[in-house]
Design a protein around this ligand. Structure first.
Ligand code: ADP
Ligand code: ADP
Ligand code: MG
Length: 712
């Protein structure tokens, strides 16, 4: 990565004098105190720049966030009580006034795109670090914004954006647009309230479902839908724009955010791969036109959908805020966009011209961001929550950045979005950036809840991704490759056994000892592990590992898996360092040296996580007695349990119903998302354990089958 040229830095540092424009131009009032009206990584991110600029900050926290990192990062922090406290705009404005705070940064999500809130701030004399309320209102409604864009000459996806909202009327409009179509809430955001409708027959059901979700997420008015032509092979390409109060507006390059699940982004990068310069510059130009058409000020993102089949692009929406993925643009332009936000809010001119930005982009290579989510891609991206029992992160430097809201020991609550961190890397070119991303991910270790880290590593190794052949259906298209079975090497099991013997000899029937070494008595220590990895071809398989200590730090191992004959490894030389629940092993096998971390979760004694060679393996320790009992026993399912803490939205079946494998049983809501629980088998419903609206803990039985029908 080339360094930023000194003249650019000088230009940034002294940009203040640029703003002393002719009479009548906005006064410059620097921001000195700030209320950060958000949580998690974005609150910490904003705080960081504010600190650097000498701005006094105050943060907010709710009960579940009382001991969070963001609450602790500022000299003042105010408690809001219940989890939805971050949405109480009136109260937040009152608090800002009461504490004499001059400005407010809304981050993203929550109040960031709420024009009424921005207006309240304006009226109360609090500087809202964001666009004017009117620009936000114009862009906040997906139907209205499209009308404005069409007038300004910005191309939009063909569709219906009008006020006919009757079910049959919308169906007729859908027929005019021609199936497949996409239903979207005019108030949509974060991929919610959206449904693809492939054909007429499923239209009404999808409309109802989209409306229910949109009303739940966006409240009154969320049920107003627009109908858009569904682009079958789209790319999501967006442009970061910035405008000041002096009428200047620049594009800070584009980002490709096509790698998505449930219409939510997972990987974002800049520049967009395989995009010709004519199209890129046209996108920048159209994005600036869009921003100028609504009198925009501040940071914004204009999202486009690019049809891979026709090469055409269309305006999708404008996000009138700083976005999750802004760091990739910061990396390729060498800027701090939060600093720009403060400067623009203070009345200054933009620190760089379009030409200067262009020069920087040409010099600075490629950047890519991975969103680390608390979820299990291997189990249909099911959200998770829990305590971060173990957290190790890659080293950060100029080219590797982590924006995180959590540290080891913190709890990720199901009350909020499951994004726990972002990892952003840059390199001289795209391939280098992807390779560096994969290396960094290999050093990102989390125990205590499921994450998408292993999945992200597989994405970074996918040939199609490396070639830049991206589209929003990428994960679906390459699912066989991305979810292909993993093979766990015997050494992993040996390390698990050695780690466990060192860590908790008692749990495997040994007297407690300090470091690795449990007596050269020639006695075999037998451990039984059950594989927990969803992608393991033999999930649930029992692996027996016998260890004999031969000498000081010298061991022999025998590994038996299923019907395969045992594998013997002699002359293993291993030493360990222990800390609460963790063993770090340096082991020399006859043919290789392996460093491994073995983590035993204190809340779940039997669960062992092994990090080795940049990969993660999850096992549970089972007792020999359990193992013998389980031998030959086939597990028959007589019930279906809640996979996570949730609320029952809808029971799709009645008692006595006959169902086939895959049929929807119950719709639940967890972490603000709907999930359909499907039948694991053909069967007959004996009992529904909960009614709609009930709240359930993970593991609660939801549906019981008639036993006679509980086959395989
Ligand atoms: P996008 O997917 O459009 O880029 P982001 O990912 O930047 O949006 O959204 C930031 C966060 O805010 C996400 O957690 C998203 O779920 C949430 N979010 C986005 N828009 C809204 C909205 N209008 N209301 C509530 N939450 C939102
Ligand atoms: P949100 O406000 O929830 O971010 P968007 O309108 O930005 O909603 O769309 C989110 C995602 O949905 C896009 O990134 C894209 O993957 C997909 N999408 C949106 N519109 C279309 C369309 N007309 N055809 C196909 N996919 C679309
Ligand atoms: Mg969007």
């Amino acid at each position: 990565m080339r360094a930023i040229k000194p003249q650019y830095l000088r230009r940034c540092a002294f940009s203040r004098h640029l703003s002393t424009g002719p009479l009548g131009q906005p006064q410059i009032t620097p921001i000195t105190s700030l209320l950060i009206a958000n949580r998690g990584e974005i609150a910490l991110r904003i705080n960081k720049t504010a600190n650097r600029l000498g701005i006094q900050t105050t943060t907010l926290y709710t009960d579940p966030d009382a001991s969070s990192q963001h609450a602790a990062c500022s000299p003042h922090a105010i408690g809001l009580g219940a989890p939805n406290g971050y949405l109480d705009g009136d109260r937040i404005v009152r608090l800002a006034k009461q504490h004499g705070i001059q400005a407010l940064h809304p981050g993203y999500g929550f109040l960031s795109e709420n024009p009424a809130f921005a207006r309240r701030c304006e009226e109360e004399g609090i500087v809202f670090v964001g666009p004017p309320a009117q620009a936000m209102a114009d862009m906040g409604d997906k139907a209205r914004s499209k009308e404005i864009m069409i007038d300004a000459g910005v191309p939009c996806v063909p569709g219906y954006h009008g006020s006919d909202q009757g079910e049959m009327e919308l169906l007729n409009h859908a027929k005019d647009v021609k199936f497949p179509i996409l239903l979207k809430s005019v108030k949509g955001g974060g991929g919610k309230g959206m449904r693809i409708v492939m054909e007429e027959g499923e239209f009404l059901q999808q409309l109802k479902s989209a409306r229910a979700e949109a009303r739940a997420s966006f409240g009154e008015g969320g049920e107003v839908m627009l109908v858009e032509k569904y682009i079958v092979r789209p790319r999501h390409v967006e442009v970061q724009v910035f405008a000041d109060k002096h009428g200047n507006c620049v594009a800070l390059g584009e980002r490709d955010c096509s790698i998505q699940r449930r219409h939510q982004k997972i990987l974002e990068e800049s520049p967009a791969p395989n995009l010709d310069d004519v199209t890129r510059l046209d996108l920048w130009e159209k994005a600036r036109t869009a921003a100028l058409a609504v009198g925009y000020v501040g940071a914004g993102t204009v999202e486009f959908i690019l049809d891979k089949d026709s090469g055409e692009f269309y305006f999708m929406e404008m996000n009138t805020r700083l976005q999750v993925e802004h760091p990739v643009s910061e990396m390729v332009t060498g800027t701090d966009l939060v600093e720009w936000q403060f400067r623009v809010a203070a009345g200054e001119k933009l620190p760089l011209t379009q030409k200067e930005i262009m020069e920087r982009i040409q010099e600075r290579g490629a950047a890519i961001e991975a969103r680390i989510y608390a979820e299990s891609p291997e189990r249909g991206f099911l959200p998770d929550s829990g305590k971060l029992v173990h957290l190790a992160t890659p080293e950060v430097d100029e080219d590797v950045r982590i924006d995180a809201g959590f540290v080891e020991g913190d709890t990720v609550t199901e009350a909020y979005d499951g994004m726990i961190a972002k990892l952003i890397v840059c390199g001289d070119d795209r391939e280098t950036a992807i390779r560096k991303m994969e290396l960094a991910l290999r050093n990102y270790e989390v125990v205590g809840l499921s994450t998408n880290i292993e999945f992200l590593k597989r994405l970074c190794k996918s040939a199609a991704f490396i070639e830049g052949d991206v589209e929003t259906g990428f994960i679906e298209k390459w699912k066989n490759e991305l979810f292909s079975p993993i093979i766990v090497k015997a050494e992993v099991y040996v390390q698990a056994a050695l780690g466990l013997l060192a860590l908790s000899p008692a749990s495997v029937g040994l007297p407690h000892g300090g470091s690795l070494g449990f007596g050269r008595d020639g006695v075999e220590r037998r451990l039984f592990f059950k594989s927990l990895d969803a992608l393991n071809e033999k999930e649930g398989e029992i692996i027996e590992v016998s260890i004999i200590q031969k000498d000081n730090q010298v061991f022999g191992a025998k590994i038996t898996r299923g019907n395969e004959g045992p594998q013997i490894i002699e002359n293993i030389v291993s030493s360990s360092t222990l800390s609460a629940g963790k063993a770090t092993l340096a082991t020399v096998f006859p043919e290789t040296r392996i460093d491994t971390t073995v983590v035993q979760d204190a809340n779940n004694d039997n669960k062992i996580t092994i990090f080795q060679h940049g990969g993660k393996t999850e096992l549970s320790l089972v007792s020999p007695r359990w193992y013998e009992k389980a031998l030959g026993l086939k597990e028959a399912t007589t019930s279906v349990a809640a996979p996570m803490p949730c609320k029952i939205l809808k029971n799709e079946v009645k008692e006595g119903d006959k169902v086939v494998k895959g049929a929807p049983l119950v719709v639940i809501e967890s972490m603000k998302m709907e999930t359909v629980i499907r039948s694991p088998q053909d069967g007959v419903i004996k009992r529904l354990a909960h009614k709609e609206g009930d709240k359930c803990k993970a593991g609660t039985v939801l549906v019981v089958f008639e036993e006679d029908f509980a086959v395989e």
